[in-house]
Design a binder for this molecule. Structure first.
Ligand SMILES: NC(=O)c1ccc[n+]([C@@H]2O[C@H](COP(=O)([O-])OP(=O)(O)OC[C@H]3O[C@@H](n4cnc5c(N)ncnc54)[C@H](OP(=O)(O)O)[C@@H]3O)[C@@H](O)[C@H]2O)c1
Length: 245
């Protein structure tokens, strides 16, 4: 089957919705997933009404059964997966992005954040890897954040120095480690794995104060999903620029 197939997690809104839309505009069959069936179907219907080839699939990344059934659906229907965009993510520890939560974060918030932003991504990606390896050009995009950069967090005066939401930031640092390790394990194969920083984007998570539109915020994910054979792997990128780990 030559038509590319992409799966985007958390595609019912924000950057994930826009990523699904932009990939579908490239002629890719996009499986737009959502943990909330109603919101997901509404989002997919809106894209289908624009004439785009988008399919809805229920997927709660934290649910083992949900991941298994999404895998079975894609394995049966398509027999491969060309693009996996690990977009779903949460920030639950504070509405104030300017505070340092290291001494105060609750055990529950830390665990929940790592569950969605790190453990679930590792589990889901490793589950789907055999299907991605069946692609002639497999691409895995991990939605990280510049806030996961240890280099910038430890550099006084860096643009993110004052934004120390410990749970969110460290979950993205851990995700970056997964990007590096997985990319190394796949070196020399058709599969590329990269971490994306979308920018500070106007979404529910990014808030209204963010300067970037979702259209621009999806561009890094889309570019990494469509990387050519000589493109990078194991990198941390924002709009083509490499970021420090
Ligand atoms: N916006 C920014 O400025 C910014 C900056 C850097 C990085 N990022 C990253 O970019 C990604 C997308 O963020 P966004 O700004 O578009 O956020 P958003 O508008 O809050 O959307 C997050 C998406 O993730 C979904 N999600 C959360 N938990 C899930 C789960 N267990 N299973 C399936 N889906 C789940 C949400 O579903 P519900 O609607 O059901 O909650 C929603 O669809 C995130 O990984 C975020 O960390 C964003």
């Amino acid at each position: 089957m030559s038509k590319k197939v992409a799966l985007v997690t958390g595609a019912n809104k924000g950057i994930g919705f826009e990523t699904a839309k932009q990939l579908a505009k490239e002629g890719i069959t996009v499986i737009a997933t959502s943990r909330d069936e109603k919101k997901g179907i509404e989002a997919v219907t809106a894209l289908q009404n624009e004439g785009l080839g988008v399919v809805f699939l229920h997927l709660d990344v934290n649910s083992h059964e949900s991941v298994e059934s999404a895998y079975d659906f894609i394995a049966d229907k398509y027999g491969k997966l060309d693009i996996l965009v690990n977009n779903a993510g949460i920030q639950i520890e504070s509405e104030d992005w300017a505070i340092n939560t290291a001494p105060s974060i609750t055990d529950d918030d830390l665990h929940q954040t790592f569950e969605t932003n790190f453990f679930s991504i590792v589990k889901l990606t490793n589950k789907f890897l055999p299907l991605i390896q069946k692609s002639v050009a497999g691409r895995i995009v991990n939605l990280s954040s510049i806030l996961g950069s240890l280099t910038l967090h430890s550099t006084e005066g860096s643009p993110i120095y004052g934004s120390k939401l410990f749970g969110y930031n460290s979950s993205k640092t851990a995700l970056n480690a997964y990007t590096i390790h997985l990319a190394a394990s796949l070196a020399g194969t058709n599969v590329k794995v990269n971490s994306a920083h979308p920018g500070w984007v106007k979404t529910e998570l990014g808030t209204e104060a963010a300067p970037m539109s979702v259209e621009d915020g999806a561009k890094t994910s889309v570019a990494l999903a469509l990387l050519p054979a000589d493109g990078p792997t194991g990198k941390f990128l924002h709009l083509g620029q490499e970021l420090p780990w």
